[in-house]
Design a protein around this ligand. Structure first.
Ligand code: SAM
Length: 288
């Protein structure tokens, strides 16, 4: 990839905009950005003057950009033209800086490229952000990770069911903290595939990861985790309660939804324990 790219900005009367766009396409522009009254202007960018349009053409070769500039100058002598050279952004890597690793209790969860920053002595999970939810940095995941850490500290060897496993992060965390039988399910096939990849990457191959419905999962579990949305938690309440032997941790619930979710599980005989909150998200903990 070239280290720089060129942008040719053309300011001109709106009625000449289309002809200039055609010309720039033909002269080798890799892409065009058009700012006129037809489309909304993105916040933070300069808008055209009334009756004018701004057409920005992008090039990766200076010669091509300069030839295009000459052509526009010749055919539209009144247009205002600016040629700039900009450093190329590596967008394929830029997003990586947005992914945050998290440190919750004994657990550290982060992407592969941040592994060197994992604090010594932590139980480390490497989760590469792909098409499944659960890299650790969402408040709902972090709330659940804290509950997994606390429960596993008191109940080594506990069996764990993770409903809506996404990347598998909660099941993998539980397993790494000493869980016994661990089952993870998700109704999204891509998540199931990625959770399976992640369990291998993290050295926890014996988690039973599948797309099974809860009615197909055998047995009951000391700890059941379900970080799904409130309406799904209410819908699945009878099935989730049937799988819970001791403790149930629910997340994906906003503060104003807490009462409805708690009521659905209380009505099925569970006792509500103190939960936790992070921003607008709550974690609900229940006991059989
Ligand atoms: C918010 S993500 C949680 C991922 C991960 N457990 C975490 O805590 O970060 C919710 C997951 O639940 C899955 N899901 C949604 N509805 C479901 C259902 N009815 N049964 C099973 N999984 C479901 C979604 O596909 C998604 O992967």
């Amino acid at each position: 990839m070239s280290q720089t790219y060129l942008s040719l900005t053309v300011e001109l009367p709106e009625e000449a905009s289309e002809a200039v766009q055609d010309l720039l396409h033909e002269s080798g522009a890799l892409g065009l950005e058009v700012r006129d009254r037809e489309g909304p202007i993105m916040p933070g960018v300069r808008a055209p003057n009334p009756g004018e349009a701004i057409v920005i053409a992008y090039f990766d070769e200076r010669d091509t950009a300069e030839a295009a500039l000459d052509e526009v100058k010749e055919s539209h002598p009144d247009a205002k033209l600016t040629l700039d050279e900009q450093p190329q952004q590596d967008w394929s890597n830029e997003w990586k800086s947005l992914i945050k690793s998290v440190h919750v209790g004994r657990l550290w969860v982060g992407p592969p490229w941040d592994k060197a920053n994992a604090p010594a002595g932590t139980v480390q999970l490497i989760i590469e952000p792909k098409m499944a939810f659960g890299t650790g940095d969402h408040p709902t995941t972090a709330l659940c990770l804290a509950a997994v850490d606390a429960y596993m500290a008191e109940h080594p060897g506990a069996s764990v069911l993770d409903v809506g496993t996404g990347t598998g992060v909660l099941a993998i965390a539980a397993k790494k903290l000493g869980a016994g039988r661990t089952v993870a399910t998700d109704n999204d096939p891509i998540s199931v595939e990625l959770a399976q990849e992640n369990q291998t990457e993290n050295g926890t191959p014996d988690i039973e990861v599948s797309g099974k419905e809860l009615t197909q999962v055998e047995g009951t579990f000391d700890l059941v985790l379900a970080n799904i949305l409130a309406n799904t938690l209410i819908e699945l309440a009878p099935l989730i309660v049937a799988k819970t032997k001791d403790r149930l941790v629910l997340a994906g619930v906003l503060s104003h939804q807490r009462e409805d979710v708690e009521a659905a599980y209380r009505n099925l005989g569970l006792t509500v324990l103190p939960g936790a909150t992070q921003g607008e998200w709550v974690r609900i903990e229940l006991k059989r």
